[in-house]
Design a protein around this ligand. Structure first.
Ligand SMILES: [Zn+2]
Length: 512
C-alpha cells in the first residue's frame, strides 16, 4: 500500500514543494522516517503518534516507511506533520476514499491533534496555486494570511479530526474568506506633530523623494526618533509587488501583522547582533534589514552599534539583498530599505559647532568628540547621502500650536511627483540615490559657476570626490522636488549643506 501527499518547506522567502511518500507492508512493525528530516521534524514521530491517538484515530502496527522528497532538501519545519499524518491515515484506511490529488497540506500538530499556527503560510499558498492545486489545508490561525493569495481554496482547520471530516466529506470546511478590512483609517504618526526642525524635515523630504540614506546629528531630546518615525509616512504607498515581497518576509518570520500595506519601519536596538540585524541562524531567518525591506531601517545611537554589525550592513546597503549561509544552506533575502541613522554630536550629547546653539555646555574634549565620530566613518558613512544637524528645540517652539505645519500627506504629494520624474528619467523604478557615474554625467549638467562652487567645497572643507558625487545626487533630487529640469547652483548649494560630517570644523579647531 503506497500513497503520496504534498506539503512544503520554507527556504528564504520561497516555499518549496515536499512530497511525503508513505509505504506500508513487510518487515518489522513500526514507522520509519527517512529523507533528511532535521531538528523539530526529527522529533515528529512521537508527536504525530500522539496527535493521531488524541484525535480518536488509530495507527497500524504494520511496518511503514515515510519518505520526505526531495531527499537533499533540508526539512526543518514541523509544518510537515499534517501531510505525514494524512499520508499515514490514507494507507491505514481511515482516509481510503479521500482524494489527496490537487491538495496541499501544511501544518504542525500538537500532542492532542490541534493544528498550530506556523510561519510561511502566504508563501505556501502561493506555491500551491502555482502548482495548480485547488486546495490548501492548514491551521485556521494561518488561513487569513494564506488567503492573500487568490485563486486557490484556503481550508482553515482547527484540528486533525476536522481535516479528516473534511477529506471524507463528513463535514466539509468552506474556503476561508478574508474579513473585509476595517474602513477606519489607521491614524499613524504625522509630520505635522513635529514642531520646529525645518531643516530636518526638509532633509526627510529629500531622503524620501530620492531614496537617500540619511544621518541626523543632535543632542538627546531633540526629536530624532520622532522625525525618523515619520519618514515612512511621507514615502509613496507600496506598489502591489512591494506589498507581496514585504508580506513574504513577514511571513518567513511568522510576524504577519495586518498593516501589510504600510511601509515597514524597523528600529533595532544598538545592542543588536549582526545576525539580528542582517539575518542568519539555523534555520536561517531574515534580519531587521530585510524586515525593513521597501521601508525604513532606523539605527538610533549609530556609534554604539558593534563594528561587526555595521560591517554586515554594507552588503544590503550596496546591493539591496543579503546572502545568509549556514552549514549547507545558502539563502538570499531582499534587503532594500531606506536607512535613517541618528547619533549624538559627542558622547555627552551637547557638543555644538559655531552654527548651532546648545543649551548646555559639552564636557568632552575635542579629541574625544573626534574619536566618537570616527566610529561611524568609512564605508558605512560612504553610503549615507544626507547628514543633518538637529538642534534642541526651544521650549516656546515645542508649545507653539500655529497649525501651519504641513501634514505628511501634503509632503508625500511632492515626494510622489519627484519620484515620477526620476523613474521616467532613469527607468526600472530607480530613484536618484541609485544613479551611477554615467547617470550623473547624463542627468546632472553643471555650469562653470557650479563647478567653481564644488572646487571651493573641496579645497576649503576637504570634501572628497565621493562626497561630491553624493551631493550631486542629492542636488538632482532637490531639483526634482522643485520640478526643475536642470540642476542649478541653488540646488547644489543646498545639497552641500547636507554634508555636515565631511566638513572638518573639528580638525580645524584641533589645529587652532
Ligand atoms: Zn560632549
Amino acid at each position: 500500500m503506497f500513497t503520496r501527499c504534498t506539503t512544503a518547506t520554507i527556504f528564504g522567502i520561497e516555499a518549496l514543494p515536499v512530497i511525503a511518500e508513505v509505504f506500508k507492508g513487510g518487515g518489522l512493525p513500526g514507522i520509519h522516517l527517512v529523507g533528511l528530516a532535521r531538528g523539530a521534524m526529527r522529533e515528529s514521530l512521537p508527536r504525530i503518534t500522539s496527535a493521531v491517538t488524541g484525535s480518536g484515530l488509530a495507527l497500524s502496527k504494520e511496518r511503514t516507511i515515510v519518505s520526505l522528497l526531495p531527499a537533499e532538501l533540508p526539512k526543518t519545519a514541523s509544518a510537515l506533520d499534517l501531510a505525514v499524518v494524512i499520508g499515514l491515515l490514507k494507507v491505514y484506511g481511515a482516509l481510503a476514499d479521500a482524494s489527496l490529488e490537487g491538495r496541499m497540506f501544511y501544518g504542525e500538530l500538537s500532542l492532542s491533534g490541534a493544528l498550530q499556527s506556523v510561519r510561511g503560510a502566504l508563501m505556501v499558498a502561493d506555491l500551491a496555486k502555482r502548482r495548480g492545486d485547488r486546495e490548501l489545508v492548514l491551521a485556521a490561525a494561518n488561513a487569513d494570511e494564506a488567503s492573500h493569495i487568490t485563486g486557490i481554496d484556503i481550508i482553515g482547520a482547527r484540528n486533525l479530526s476536522d481535516v479528516v471530516a473534511h477529506l471524507t466529506g463528513k463535514t466539509v470546511i468552506a474556503p476561508h474568506i478574508r474579513a473585509p478590512r476595517s474602513h477606519v483609517t489607521r491614524r499613524g504618526p504625522c509630520l505635522s506633530e513635529v514642531y520646529g526642525q525645518p531643516r530636518a524635515k526638509r532633509a526627510l523630504e529629500i531622503a524620501a523623494a530620492g531614496g537617500h540614506n540619511m544621518l541626523m546629528i543632535g543632542p538627546p531630546g531633540s526629536g530624532k526618533t520622532m522625525l525618523a518615525r515619520r519618514l515612512p509616512t511621507i514615502m509613496p504607498p507600496l506598489t502591489p509587488e512591494e506589498q507581496i515581497e514585504s508580506m513574504r518576509i513577514r511571513s518567513a518570520v511568522g510576524d504577519f501583522d495586518t498593516a501589510y500595506d504600510a511601509r515597514p519601519f524597523r528600529a533595532p536596538h544598538h545592542t543588536a547582533s549582526d545576525v539580528a540585524l542582517c539575518g542568519g541562524g539555523s534555520p536561517p531567518r531574515p534580519g531587521e534589514v530585510s524586515l525593513a525591506h521597501c521601508g525604513v531601517l532606523f539605527l538610533d545611537e549609530l556609534p554604539e552599534f558593534s563594528r561587526r554589525a555595521l560591517e554586515a550592513l554594507r552588503e544590503p546597503l550596496e546591493d539591496g539583498v543579503i546572502h545568509v549561509s549556514r552549514a549547507a544552506i545558502a539563502v538570499i533575502y531582499p534587503a532594500r530599505s531606506l536607512l535613517i541613522a541618528a547619533m549624538n554630536p559627542c558622547p555627552c550629547g551637547h557638543y555644538s559647532d559655531a552654527t548651532s546653539a546648545s543649551s548646555r555646555p559639552c564636557l568632552c574634549g575635542l579629541d574625544v568628540v573626534q574619536r566618537y565620530r570616527s566610529r561611524v566613518s568609512g564605508p558605512l558613512l560612504d553610503r549615507i547621502d544626507l547628514h543633518v544637524t538637529v538642534d534642541a528645540v526651544p521650549y516656546r517652539e515645542l508649545t507653539r500650536r500655529d497649525g501651519a505645519a504641513e501634514s505628511s500627506s501634503v509632503v508625500r504629494g511632492r515626494v510622489e511627483a519627484a519620484r515620477v520624474r526620476q523613474t521616467t528619467r532613469l527607468g526600472n523604478g530607480r530613484c536618484n540615490a541609485m544613479m551611477g557615474q554615467p547617470d550623473i554625467e547624463a542627468h546632472v549638467q553643471l555650469d562653470t559657476e557650479v563647478v567653481r562652487l564644488l572646487e571651493q567645497a573641496i579645497e576649503r572643507h576637504g570634501l572628497s570626490t565621493r562626497a561630491v558625487t553624493r551631493a550631486l545626487k542629492v542636488a538632482r533630487t532637490i531639483a526634482d522636488l522643485a520640478g526643475a529640469a536642470d540642476v542649478d547652483i541653488g540646488h547644489v548649494r543646498e545639497a552641500l549643506g547636507f554634508r555636515v560630517l565631511d566638513r572638518q570644523p573639528l580638525a580645524e579647531e584641533l589645529a587652532a
